[in-house]
Design a protein around this ligand. Structure first.
Ligand code: HEM
Ligand code: SF4
Length: 520
């Protein structure tokens, strides 16, 4: 039995909740290893890089938040934290730098605006991801956010779901534009249409066993099951419990649902699901997803007449308390007070009337969090890096920004570029799923250890996902901006239009994602 399984068998992770008041009084040095791990069940993370200063991961289901929540988060980070927070690629917000003594007060404030940090770490169902413009975009089959909410409510504080073999990622979307990487999730629900007794019914097709880590990318396997929105949350619950009861637990790096799906095969998995559901499962409906992938940034018309959502870039997802307060004000002044968070670490202000757009775009905040960013800034994603993560081999966020700023002067205006950074092989920055992926490492040059990266190109999420291909190794971070500046014009997918290789290039730079384990 590995250490985490041992801790879980001694005491359920969620049972740390009543102890937190005591831990807050005793101080961080008194927290033993088991309780440090269990604190992750309630979203509180001891950080080895900053002993005594903790991180809290706040759950933002479907990326839906609002001005009141933004203000509360802003106040918390100014009063107890480091003055900024990090937006993550699971649409969450990570607060940093507070002491364990502050946790009860921070929770009190979060609760007062309807936020929790529960079950955001370790072997739990992580934040359920959904299209950030659900209910707004004319390009959705239907608004799937009520299903995200229903499923989340069913597992929060519910011990039926707090002893899983490992983390469990779920995405539920009705958007036809592949904005949320559903295919890399343990459960991916994507929009589909099923003809039932001659009538078209909207719902989801289900895929299971996707992952990005634990041996590399594996696309979720279609289960050949269609489910209506009304039955979807319960079905996700059944699938999670199959994982809980049968998922491998011995080795942490082989404990994801993917390994059970591989061991059983889709047919056996489907049969077990049918047994648990107790009724016939419907076969898959017609896939409603289109070929387009989008990030929902910029000024975009909503399905509601006269209204727009405005997607703003938060460079590498790091947002100051003051910017959060301003964002809250802007969302209330020009929109409905709602704020949405994207999986590219950015934010969206919905429900802005046409006539309010000029005033909104004239706001000082939008000169920093831009609605019209350069290509390199728009597609920039970065993991936490060495400042707060002890796995990191390099600093990532500042370097990512510096590199993007260097490139934006030479990159053709109006073209898109996704550039994703991971500070180590864990790959939290999804470096394999970007036009350019940077993976941090340390290399020895002339006897000196320096920060460097491997460079991947041509990665692409979506239904025909391809993993980035490693094209350069051990590039010193200091030289990276200049290496990329020379390289980008020759990336086949990024060539200026008119180049003879512009469309043919994709195939030569990319390759289909191989099955499990093939990518190191
Ligand atoms: C053994 C492998 C992994 C380890 C040890 C690991 C470790 C971590 C750590 C320590 C953090 C928090 C750092 C901080 O901000 O203080 C983190 C965050 C995160 N990681 Fe990983 N990670 C692993 C694999 C992955 C993979 C494969 C993905 C998916 C691409 C991933 C996605 C994320 C995301 C999205 C976050 C931000 C928090 C959230 O919203 O859930 N991680 N990871
Ligand atoms: S990729 Fe590595 S460095 Fe970056 S957050 Fe994940 S574990 Fe930390």
């Amino acid at each position: 039995m590995n250490k985490i399984e041992q801790f879980k068998s001694e005491k359920d992770g969620l049972d740390i909740l009543p102890d937190v008041q005591r831990l807050a009084q005793e101080g961080w040095e008194a927290i033993d290893e088991g309780d440090r791990e269990r604190l992750k069940w309630v979203g509180v993370f001891f950080r080895r890089q900053t002993p005594g200063r903790f991180m809290m991961r706040v759950r933002i289901s479907n990326g839906f938040t609002n001005a009141a929540q933004m203000r509360a988060l802003a106040d918390i980070t100014r009063e107890y934290g480091v003055g900024y927070a990090d937006i993550t690629t699971r649409q969450q917000i990570q607060l940093r730098g507070f002491e364990i003594a502050h946790v009860p007060e921070i929770w009190r404030r979060l609760e007062s605006v309807g936020l929790v940090s529960l079950q955001t770490g370790q072997d739990n169902i992580r934040n359920v991801v959904g299209c950030p413009v659900a209910g707004l975009t004319p390009r959705e089959l239907f608004d799937a956010s009520p299903v995200v909410r229903e499923f989340t409510e069913s597992f929060l504080r519910n011990k039926a779901y707090t002893n899983l073999p490992r983390k469990f990622n779920v995405t539920i979307t009705g958007c036809t534009e592949h904005c949320v990487h559903a295919e890399s999730q343990d459960i991916g629900l994507t929009p589909a249409i099923k003809s039932v007794r001659g009538e078209d019914v909207n719902g989801f097709n289900i895929a299971v066993g996707g992952k990005m880590g634990s041996g590399g990318y594996r696309a979720a396997s279609p289960l050949n099951v269609f489910v209506t929105p009304g039955a979807a949350a319960a079905l996700c619950g059944h699938i999670t419990q199959i994982f809980r009861d049968h998922g491998p637990r011995a080795a942490r790096n082989r404990a994801r649902l993917a390994f059970l799906v591989d061991e059983w095969g889709v047919e056996k998995f489907r049969n077990e699901l049918r047994r648990r559901v107790g009724t016939r499962l419907q076969t898959a409906g017609q896939d409603a997803r289109g070929p387009r992938t989008t990030d929902h940034l910029g000024i975009v018309r909503q399905k509601q007449a006269g209204l727009n959502y405005v997607g703003l870039v938060v460079p590498v997802g790091r947002i100051t308390g003051d910017q959060m307060s301003e964002l809250a004000r802007v969302a209330e002044t020009y929109g409905s007070g709602e704020v949405r968070i994207t999986t590219s670490q950015n934010v969206i202000v919905p429900n802005v009337p046409d006539q309010r757009i000029p005033a909104l775009t004239g706001e000082p905040l939008l000169r920093v969090l831009r609605h019209d960013p350069s290509g390199p800034m728009r597609g920039l994603v970065s993991c936490t890096g060495i400042d707060y993560c002890h796995f990191a081999l390099i600093e990532t966020k500042d370097l990512a920004l510096e590199t993007a700023r260097h490139l934006e002067h030479t990159f053709p205006h109006g073209q898109s570029l996704t550039m994703h950074w991971s500070g180590c092989v864990a790959g939290c920055g999804n470096h394999a799923a970007a036009d350019i992926g940077l993976l941090g490492k340390n290399v020895r040059v002339n006897g000196e250890v320096i920060d460097a990266v491997d460079i991947f190109v041509g990665g692409r999420p979506g239904p025909n996902a391809v993993a980035g291909l490693k094209v350069l190794e051990d590039v010193p971070c200091k030289e990276l901006p200049f290496v990329l500046e020379r390289m980008i014009p020759y990336l086949s997918t990024k060539r200026a239009s008119g180049s003879s290789a512009a469309s043919a290039g994709q195939a030569s730079m990319s390759r289909p994602l191989p099955p499990v384990h093939a990518i190191a």
